[in-house]
Design a protein around this ligand. Sequence first.
Ligand code: SF4
Length: 333
Amino acid sequence: MIRIDEEKVFSEIRERNPKTVVLNAPEGLMMKAQELALKIQELFNVKTIIIADPCYGICDTFDEEAERLEADIVFHIGHNIALERIGKNTVLINAIDDVEFDEVLRASIPTLKKYGTIGLCTIAPYLHKIEKVQSFLKEEGIEVIIGKGNQLIRKGQVFGCDFRTAFEIKDDVKAFAFLGQSIFHAVGIALSTNKPTFMLDPYYKEVSDVTEMASNLLKKAILSVYKALDANLIGVIIGLKEGQRRLERALKIKDELEKRGKKVLLLALREVKNERLIQLQKIDAFIQTACPRISMNGEIFDKPVLSALQAEALIRLLDGKDINDIFQRCIWC
Ligand code: SF4
């Protein structure tokens, strides 16, 4: 069961006595967010507004919009990181998942034992399990290494665009185990580290080898870069979401492409969707600097839509260099 740290929400309200608060949560926590909003209104008589737009990650904060809504606090739920607060008024609220890993761990032992030493990673809701899982596997004779965190991410934590806790230990381990049910994160670890990676799903109690899936995704990503190679006019998109505005990165990509003879137009978008891009008929290919998932998560685009890492690969390709290691980076934004 997923539990939101409601006590932290309530103590923040008691301390700051706000008139209006905003709740911001990913889709999977919308039911809980509604329940929490009702509790806040009943217990504290505070106006509570739920952001019903999609929220995909810690980058999807709503500090500026909250100010326009005259809210004093934004509670951003479910993307636990090492920070307590970000922006002017955003307070990060943990949500943890109590699901047990025992069964899938037992099922994983024969597979993981073959590798001797493994790296262990997970996402926010399961971070509180990681040390217990490490001890369990060690007792079974499997050496387990967990990457250190820093001031932003916790020990063993990965995001969809930040694999540094896996990347930093990749040369010390033979394979990775990812705790959770997110193929995108598991595949990201495999692509970033170039190591066999297994997803340990506590719900289906299944161990999935995602290494081949990663290799197929790499082939698709490389194909998109080749498709963009012949583009005359390239649109470089700057994300408009608070945590996705990478203006400098976009300008650098524009500059590098222009130096290599490409024409470039800068664009700004909040949601990068095919239905918006098809309006821009003059443009032959797009590069979006907002979020790597947009280019990899299966959305069908009529024209190539490269991520920032694929844009770097395109630049290398224009220089006649190899691009097979596109994703072997710790940060993907
Ligand atoms: S930019 Fe994309 S991958 Fe990174 S945190 Fe945001 S939603 Fe996740």
